[in-house]
Design a protein around this ligand. Structure first.
Ligand SMILES: *Cc1c(COP(=O)(O)O)cnc(C)c1O
Length: 364
């Protein structure tokens, strides 16, 4: 009886759209070669460990964190070369900032536009707030279809346009001139999500001041600090001042503030890791291109999108049985059938993946 009562309250009070959704899925990874989440595979340089732990020892966890994160913001400003007149809003990962933007712009009749396929959280955040999500299919070889996005802007007058640069899950950088045309045409805000900036070396950060409606997102996750959860929204103070009103006051915990500020002061060590990842990415590409039947797409990120032969069925499950975890994109969008997204790992992890794939392709 109480089960029924509980369920009927849930069905009565929660929106039908929420009840119909699925929670964000994360695959169990214990003991696996983990190439599914675009993490930096390298641990912190040993030389930094003692100093970092000493730094953590100074944190008073009995106190609330610095709500304004002053020291961390200073370190970020320097490390990210944040231009004058651009200010920062910090998030518990850039995921939280995407949600914060959706909350700020939410409205029943409002649309959110993004290329398709792209980062799944744009849709999740928009739909959770009852906004209409409009995915605009990418063109040939996952290039941005600028004309189609401009048409969607004309038709749907979106409150928000999200563009990941480079794009996830495809790995490519969209044409910058097309993006600028989209920024000029969009009636609302355009969010350039530069989660993979460290591997792409291209950015719209210096153009934030040129447009009334452009903000940039960055994250520390992909460069080695996924566990810290720190994202940064970079915007004109007029925009960020409004977003600050929605940010939960203590969303960046003290251990993260101390760790990230410390790491940012030692960025050269992590920049070197990013360079190693880019080199390893091209080595992995070369190894995969030697295998029969694989199509490897160009990437400016720390992962590769690979299309496998349809005749082999779903290789994601077969790889998992062999201890290698990658992201399955089959069914995620019509243009990514039989596609896998493979994060660049250590040399040993990449070799394990190539061996497992070689066996599966050989057995065809
Ligand atoms: C990984 C990713 C994020 C989320 O990063 P967090 O800061 O870890 O929340 C945001 N945008 C894109 C495009 C990503 O791939």
């Amino acid at each position: 009886m109480t089960d029924d009562e509980r369920r009927s309250r849930i069905a009565h009070w929660l929106p039908a759209a929420l009840l119909a959704r699925r929670a964000y899925q994360v695959q169990p990874a214990a003991g696996m070669v983990k190439l599914d989440a675009m993490e930096n595979p390298y641990p912190w340089p040993a030389a930094l460990m003692d100093e970092w732990l000493a730094c953590l020892g100074q944190v008073s966890v009995n106190r609330y964190p610095d709500a304004a994160a002053v020291a961390l913001k200073l370190a970020l400003r320097e490390a990210l070369h944040v231009p004058q007149n651009v200010s920062m809003v910090l998030g518990n990962g850039s995921d939280e900032l995407i949600q914060l933007l959706a909350i700020a712009f939410a409205g029943r009749q409002r649309a959110v536009v993004a290329p398709q396929p792209s980062f799944v959280l744009y849709r999740m955040a928009a739909e959770a707030l009852g906004m209409r999500y409009v995915g605009v299919p990418l063109g040939e070889d996952f290039a941005l279809d600028g004309g189609a996005v401009l048409e969607a802007i004309e038709r749907d007058a979106p409150a928000l346009v999200f563009i990941a640069y480079p794009n996830n899950p495809t790995g490519n950088l969209f044409d910058a001139a097309q993006i600028r045309a989209i920024i000029r045409a969009a009636p609302g805000l355009v969010v350039l999500d530069e989660a993979y900036h460290a591997f792409a070396a291209r950015s719209f950060l210096d153009e934030v001041a040129d447009h009334p409606n452009l903000v940039v997102l960055r994250t520390l996750s992909k460069i080695g600090f996924a566990g810290l959860r720190l994202g940064v929204l970079l915007a004109h103070p007029d925009w960020s001042g409004e977003f600050e009103k929605l940010r939960l006051p203590y969303n960046i915990n003290s251990l993260t503030q101390a760790s990230a500020a410390f790491a940012l002061r030692h960025m050269t060590a992590f920049d070197e890791q990013a360079d190693r990842i880019c080199t390893a990415r091209e080595q992995l590409r070369a190894a995969l291109e030697k295998l029969p039947g694989l199509r490897v797409y160009p990437s400016a990120a720390n992962f590769l999108l690979v299309r496998t032969p349809p005749s082999l069925g779903n290789l994601h499950g077969a790889l998992r049985e062999r201890g290698v975890l990658v992201k399955d994109l089959h069914g995620a969008s019509p243009t990514t059938e039989h596609c896998l997204r493979i994060s660049v790992g250590t040399a040993a992890e990449n070799a394990a993946l190539v061996r497992a794939l070689a066996t599966l392709l050989d057995g065809a």
